[in-house]
Design a protein around this ligand. Structure first.
Ligand code: NAD
Length: 270
């Protein structure tokens, strides 16, 4: 039976991936800080793991691969939203974003890649963001960490092919998940962070459903894609950033202006 670990699998995109995988007969371990509210159907187990704890992630991967005799998929998906202007955000915002969104992925790779290289197969799927492909403003620690995850994933993909291990990176645009209501968890509040959903609601295009994204991800994996970008508006933004980087910065500047509201201040008071 194929086996998967999904970090951050108790909510949002991770939970949708867990449902989609379990629905296809994959045995799934959800690794998260707290259990999912409604446990998904299928062969799904929960493990309380903080991805910032490298040893805990390594212990989980070791246990699951030993018990099941194989590890087919490692979804390094856990993440937090960190947002605000570059002037508002402190080193605390930077450290937390890097610890969870970048080091969390590094810990998953350090744990799963040697296991997969030894067995000669496996797929590492890292969740970055469209913010890892374009100059997304008002969330610099998030944008920087996600760009790093894209670079890490593509470079590892090149190296891992020789060991039969596949690697891809998922770069979603805005997806309708609880993340948008919980920016800067445990961190000093910022005006834009407290109003993330309201701000994003002003952006063109609707929020993408997590289940639709999970279906895109599994399709992308089956097709051997290196970078999975969804929805279509995200693919357009990515194309613009590649073909006309200066234009992408101009669009980002406009978006930052829109997000800041008509008086130049972000909504949500302050
Ligand atoms: P979510 O908040 O719904 O789910 C994230 C999950 O990660 C939660 O269950 C949370 O408990 C878990 N998590 C957070 N910190 C953790 C830690 N230290 N250890 C273990 N688990 C931890 O958010 P989501 O929107 O489903 O986000 C999933 C991934 O998708 C994240 O990496 C996020 O950056 C990325 N992403 C989200 C969007 C979006 O618009 N929602 C867009 C692009 C990328």
């Amino acid at each position: 039976m194929r086996t998967a670990i999904v970090t951050g699998g108790a909510s949002g995109i991770g939970l949708a991936l867990v449902r989609a995988l379990a629905g296809r007969g994959v045995s799934v371990t959800v690794a998260d800080l707290a259990e999912p509210a409604g446990p998904p159907a299928g062969k799904v187990e929960f493990a309380r793991v903080d991805v910032t704890d490298a040893e805990a992630v390594a212990a989980l991967v070791g246990r699951v691969s030993a018990e099941r005799g194989r590890l087919d998929f490692m979804f390094n998906n856990a993440g937090i939203a960190v947002g605000g202007t570059a002037l508002e955000m402190t080193r605390e915002h930077w450290d937390r974003a890097i610890d969870v969104n970048l080091r969390g992925v590094v810990h998953g790779v350090l744990a799963a890649y040697p296991v997969m290289a030894r067995q000669g197969f496996g797929h590492i799927v890292n969740t970055a963001s469209l913010a890892g492909l374009v100059p997304a403003p008002l969330m610099l620690p998030y944008t920087a960490g996600k760009h790093a995850v894209v670079g890490l994933s593509l470079a590892l993909r090149a190296e891992a092919a020789a060991h039969g291990v596949r690697v891809c990176v998922v770069c979603p645009g805005f997806v309708d998940t609880p993340l948008l209501d919980n920016a800067n968890p445990g961190l000093p509040a910022t005006r834009i962070g407290s109003a993330a959903r309201q701000v994003i609601g002003r952006a063109p295009g609707r929020l993408y459903p997590a289940d639709a994204l999970a279906a895109d991800v599994l399709r992308g994996i089956a097709r051997g894609r290196a970078v999975i970008v969804a929805p279509a508006s995200g693919r357009l933004a990515w194309r613009l950033a590649r073909l006309w980087p200066g234009g992408a910065v101009r669009v980002a500047r406009l978006a930052a202006g829109l997000a800041s509201g008509p008086d130049g201040r972000s909504p949500g008071g302050g």
